[in-house]
Design a protein around this ligand. Structure first.
Ligand SMILES: C[S@@+](CC[C@H](N)C(=O)[O-])C[C@H]1O[C@@H](n2cnc3c(N)ncnc32)[C@H](O)[C@@H]1O
Length: 400
């Protein structure tokens, strides 16, 4: 819910009215190979403090790949996730650069700005603070994934690709740069994408939960990430993805688990963090949102007709508690973005759905912030990466 060294793109990618930053060239070979595995195990922070998820076999072997235990930093530290030991400031505003937006089709509530299209469908705002948080998340993911933009072995010559719920479009822009001969489409409820984008990329305002107007069997690759809390009917969405993939096309999902985990049992059951998770999940259920969707995706994918090729599970630390320097930096970024996400989620779920007063919410968030900053909680969120093929294609491949 709250969910690279820094990745190829920068936080300030020029949203809305400026030229997007040209990215350093990302890997041209998304095929999970043994060399990709090597990269994970040697340079990627996902692998730095624990055994990394191994790379998928280029053969279609299925399985789940998870990280080992992350070693905590046991040197004395206060519980405020102090950033005095790094170049990263504790004030997330110092990380999240505000960018101007020229688009005005919005509604305003609780001092935040929300999508006007399908008003009320999506609980989170779309203002600059939220957009900057998306961009920081994209950095976090690239860092967590050892620099990889995508994992599915889509080959060198995909023709047509779709990114659902593209947000600020930062991921789709990197994809379009990576495959200049492919047509890339990014869809979202909010017009928060930049004007200046790669020529092979177009953004469309669309509700992914409505009936799709694309022709069936037309996409080589359909991607979504971080749509937990956005999608109400996952089986229907996955069914539409299935219908619109070409035979042999790939779907790739990257979603973070909403429930923090700890390998050391360090999160008390009565903590504000646990109460937060319980209340958010309850509120989500009341409005038809399954916030635990990340851990259910695999099953839903299979029920939609996809076959499990590989799913990977990455651990994203909640603050700089790990000993390893790169994991510590990841935790620092994740802490900054989660702190910025709290108010938006709390307004949408605790206040609007559960009926808490603003004062009750603010008092609760004080305790929650303390928990999220507590380095004695060795908390992490699992990031699930799934890339699947439609079953029908595998059946074609295996026909005698
Ligand atoms: C948390 S953001 C993730 C954005 C992007 N995928 C990323 O990883 O940076 C979720 C996005 O989904 C969009 N969204 C929510 N419901 C949607 C829907 N039904 N159809 C299309 N986009 C939707 C929101 O407007 C928001 O930009």
């Amino acid at each position: 819910m709250a969910s690279s060294p820094l990745p190829s793109s920068s936080v300030d990618h020029g949203r809305a009215d400026s030229q997007p930053t040209t990215t350093a060239e990302p890997s041209k070979d998304p095929i999970p190979s043994s060399s990709a595995a090597q990269q994970h195990s040697t340079s990627g922070p996902a692998s730095a403090a624990a055994s990394p998820p191994a790379a998928a076999s280029p053969g279609l072997t299925s399985g789940t790949v998870t990280q080992g235990v992350i070693e905590p930093d046991v040197t004395p530290a206060d519980d405020s996730a102090s950033d005095a030991d790094s170049g990263v400031g504790s004030d997330s505003q110092s990380i999240l650069t505000s960018l101007a937006s020229t688009i005005t089709n919005y509604v305003y509530k609780n001092g935040r700005r929300y999508a006007g299209f399908r008003e009320g469908n999506y609980i989170l705002p779309n203002d600059e603070l939220e957009c900057d948080r998306h961009d920081l998340l994209q950095h976090i993911y690239r860092m967590l994934f050892g620099g990889e933009l995508l994992f599915a072995p889509i080959g060198d010559n995909p023709q047509r690709m779709l990114d659902i719920g593209t947000g600020t479009g930062i991921w789709a822009m990197d994809l379009a740069d990576m495959y200049p001969s492919a047509e890339v489409i990014g869809t979202d409820l909010s017009p928060i994408q930049p004007k200046w984008v790669p020529p092979n990329l177009q953004f469309e305002i669309d509700d992914a939960e409505s009936e799709w107007t694309y022709q069936p069997d037309t996409f080589d690759f359909i991607h979504f990430q971080n749509l937990t809390g956005a999608i109400r009917n996952w089986p229907k969405l996955l069914s539409q993805i299935y219908t619109h993939l070409k035979p042999g096309g790939w779907v790739e999902a990257k979603e973070a688990d909403v429930i923090a985990q700890s390998d050391t049992g360090s999160i008390p059951a009565e903590s504000a963090l646990r109460r937060w998770e319980t209340n958010c999940i309850h509120a989500g259920n009341l409005i038809g949102l399954q916030l635990e969707s990340a851990r259910k995706l695999k099953q839903w994918m299979e029920e939609a007709g996809f076959v499990d090729v590989v799913d990977r599970e990455y651990k994203l630390p909640s603050n700089p508690w790990p000993k390893d320097e790169e994991m510590k930096l990841l935790g620092r970024y994740q802490h900054a973005q989660y702190m910025d996400a709290l108010q938006a989620f709390a307004l949408g779920l605790l206040v609007d759905v559960l009926g808490w007063t603003r004062e009750e919410m603010e008092v609760f968030l004080v305790d929650l912030r303390k928990d999220l900053s507590n380095r004695r909680f060795h908390a992490f969120h699992v990031m699930y990466v799934l890339f699947y093929l439609p079953t029908c294609f595998l059946l074609m491949l295996t026909k005698p």
